[in-house]
Design a protein around this ligand. Structure first.
Ligand code: PRP
Length: 178
């Protein structure tokens, strides 16, 4: 894949947005039993920045889920590769995603946490690509709405590449201008 990277969201905008989301979460969950669950791998950078800015006590856990193959097309098949390890029962669970695309992954994880006995379950997503939605989903805490392009960086990958980039880019595919 030799696409050109187009800067979409610079790191300064990401920092401001993460602060805003952390502020909202801190306010809404004050005095509650907050368990923050990151959906790996994509959420690892966002999650690390978010929890360091939330100003209330919390627990951290992860679930590793895969919904894509090695290419760019979404598949409806969700595979749980590694489940959460902390007890969920009666806790207020905040699921943290890097991006909501079709909505199947986030929907699955939200239902999964409810099935495990969570007191409440809500979704925090850094990015939303609503043009690709196939199943309705409520994003309680949303960073950015992004266009229908392949976005990478800040945890987001294309075929497991580009996750390490500190800014978010859109990949301009060679055939976009064909
Ligand atoms: C990506 C992304 C979300 C999901 C969104 O994960 O991190 O979890 O897809 O797509 P959906 O709304 O269509 O379900 P992916 O399965 O690519 O794994 P990754 O987090 O390891 O990149």
């Amino acid at each position: 894949m030799n696409g050109h990277l187009d800067l979409l969201i610079p790191r300064h905008d990401i920092e401001q947005t993460v602060s805003r989301l952390a502020g909202q979460v801190s306010e809404d969950y004050r005095g509650r039993q907050l368990l923050v669950v990151g959906v790996l791998k994509g959420a690892f950078i966002f999650m690390a920045d978010l929890v360091r800015q939330i100003e209330i006590p919390l627990e951290v856990d992860f679930v590793t889920v895969s919904s894509y193959g090695s290419g760019s097309e979404s598949s409806r098949r969700i595979r749980v590769l590694q489940d959460m390890t902390l007890p969920v029962k009666d806790k207020d669970v905040l699921i943290v995603e890097d991006i909501v695309d079709s909505g199947y992954t986030a929907n699955y994880v939200l239902h999964h946490a409810r099935d495990m006995g969570a007191h409440s379950v809500a979704l925090c997503a850094l990015a939303d690509k609503p043009s690709r939605r196939e199943t309705p989903i409520e994003i309680a805490y949303l960073g950015f709405t992004v266009p229908d392009r392949f976005v990478v960086g800040y945890g987001l990958d294309f075929d497991n590449k580009f996750r390490y980039l500190p800014d978010i880019y859109a990949i301009e595919m060679p055939d976009e201008h064909a």
